[in-house]
Design a protein around this ligand. Structure first.
Ligand SMILES: C[S@@+](CC[C@H](N)C(=O)[O-])C[C@H]1O[C@@H](n2cnc3c(N)ncnc32)[C@H](O)[C@@H]1O
Length: 306
């Protein structure tokens, strides 16, 4: 059902976001977004890190009453807060009409089907695809867990996986460390792995990864676990870890010991300037490589166990 809203824009210093949001809620606002905060970056925001600068609050009010009255009331509340929030300006907020279709669906334009290598296809559920029988199609929608294929590190890992499944003998066992949405685990299963073990330290990621595996029909071949890497058993033809450089380095021993002879180790989540840190951590092990690929500011290192 289409619903119409009024979107008010209010620029607020970081220290005033909570106070202003609370006043807006009191006035009947039913949804708030805060722009300029990087909430979808690789590294989650540190809740202890002090925010600074100005932020644009977009507040959504159901259409009904008089818009000028609402803008006036918001301005009054801002005036009330001015003595408490240094830098806050009590201006009349700009207003824009918006339908819930725009609001809820607008983000979809940022996600579209991508082909990676000769067979791998990553597509959101709302896009139609004429797939060939050879295509390994992963259907994934943006959700709460990291990994839709749009992030440089995910893309680098998908490209590495695609290459590793190009050879004459398909890798059978794959370990995905830090599975997030499950995208890499699902891709490995779709490309031909018979067993994929995927772990994540976040319970919510495990839940979402499991749902995505079921949606993609690979639930029987992919095992999702919240157990730590140290407790996982088995050896694998591919180990992929899209986790931070420091975490890759910390887990070097564990990651290498899960590799079958000749197995490939795919490491990403590594900022280009942190390549030396990761290379130093893996230098003591019997590995060839790494082959390095880069995208945006990120690197992916692929080693082989000798
Ligand atoms: C950048 S996301 C990668 C998600 C997905 N694999 C992708 O490539 O898009 C990293 C994920 O690793 C998880 N993670 C971080 N450190 C981990 C560890 N030591 N063991 C397991 N999971 C870890 C995080 O919870 C997060 O879901």
């Amino acid at each position: 059902m289409k619903k119409t809203w009024t979107e008010l824009h209010i620029v607020v210093p970081a220290a005033g976001i909570d106070l202003v949001s609370s006043e807006l809620a009191d006035l009947g606002c039913e949804g708030i977004t805060v722009e300029e905060r990087q909430l979808d970056t690789f590294i989650p925001p540190d809740p202890n890190e002090a925010m600074s600068g100005d932020y644009r609050i977009k507040a959504y009010f159901p259409v009904g009453g008089n818009l000028s009255d609402l803008q006036y009331e918001v301005r009054q509340r801002l005036e009330y807060l001015v003595p408490m929030v240094p830098g806050l300006q009590a201006l009349t907020p700009e207003a824009f009409p918006v339908t819930n279709e725009d609001w809820a669906e607008g983000w979809k334009q940022h996600f579209s089907t991508v082909r990676i290598g000769s067979r791998l296809v990553i597509k959101p559920s709302w896009e139609d695809l004429e797939a060939t029988p050879e295509d390994a199609v992963v259907e994934i929608d943006p959700g709460m867990a990291f990994g839709t294929g749009t992030h440089g590190t995910t893309r680098l890992c998908l490209e590495a996986l695609s290459d590793l499944f190009e050879g004459p003998s398909l890798p059978q066992r794959v370990l995905d460390v830090g599975t997030g949405s499950g995208i890499l685990a699902i891709a490995a299963a779709k490309l031909g792995a018979s067993r994929v073990l995927a772990c994540d330290i976040e319970e919510e990621s495990c839940r979402i990864a499991q749902a995505n595996c079921d949606l993609n029909g690979v639930g029987a071949r992919v095992e999702i676990t919240g157990a730590p890497l140290e407790s996982l058993e088995g050896d694998f033809h591919i180990v992929v870890a899209n986790i931070l450089a420091e975490e890759n380095a910390r887990l070097a021993d564990q990651l290498v010991s899960r590799l079958a002879p000749g197995g490939a180790l795919v490491l990403s989540g590594i900022l280009q300037e942190k390549e030396p840190l990761v290379q130093a951590a893996f230098a003591p092990y019997p590995l060839s490589g790494p082959e390095i690929s880069r995208r945006e500011e990120w690197s992916c290192l692929v080693y082989r166990k000798v």
